[in-house]
Write a protein of this length. Sequence first.
Length: 218
Amino acid sequence: MRKLLAISALLALATPAAAQDAAADAKAADLEFPAGWQIRLDRPNANVNDVRFFVAGDGLHATTGPAAIFWHPDNVAEGEFGARATFIQMKPSRHPEAYGIFVGGRDLDGDAQDYFYFLIRQDGKFLVKHRAGAETHTIIDWTAHEAVMPVGDDGRATNTLEMRVRAGDVRFLVNGVEVAKLDRVPYLNTDGIVGLRVNHNLDVRIDEFSFGPPRGDD
């Protein structure tokens, strides 16, 4: 099917390829991102210079002003697969802001952008949404779950997010605990690019970002 693809194979620094709107601005600003990775801001009029995305040790690190998605065009998964990453929120944000992973990415640099995403935030809640063009569709609204670790006394929160895509359903796990499951329906497309999403004004490290054959969970 697919071999496991981790970010360790992509750690050289380079400027990303141009994309529409904010992604084109990123190239113009000559920002340094991990090799081949691209960025798109939620708002075309936001300033890409307010976002940093860089290699940190064996992982990645994102600091944001505006909300953004990050992806490498070679990170494509189809059929049955698992996608996961460990997120370390380095300090609390002024307001609860979300971060996580997405699958099913298509036309990410165009007007018809489409992806399916799973996020958490510092108050111990998770969310599942779908984006199609300029629209977003809430599939599971913000829901508290004890598996989602909130920011601790040290100002940090560490959580591993995972999506397990199977023929009949999609499972959502935080720190190895299933927090939700959705049956497969026609609009729930998961074939496409696997990437990352980090919302406004966050400082987040991402470790062990990978995808490949789903882990056994039956």
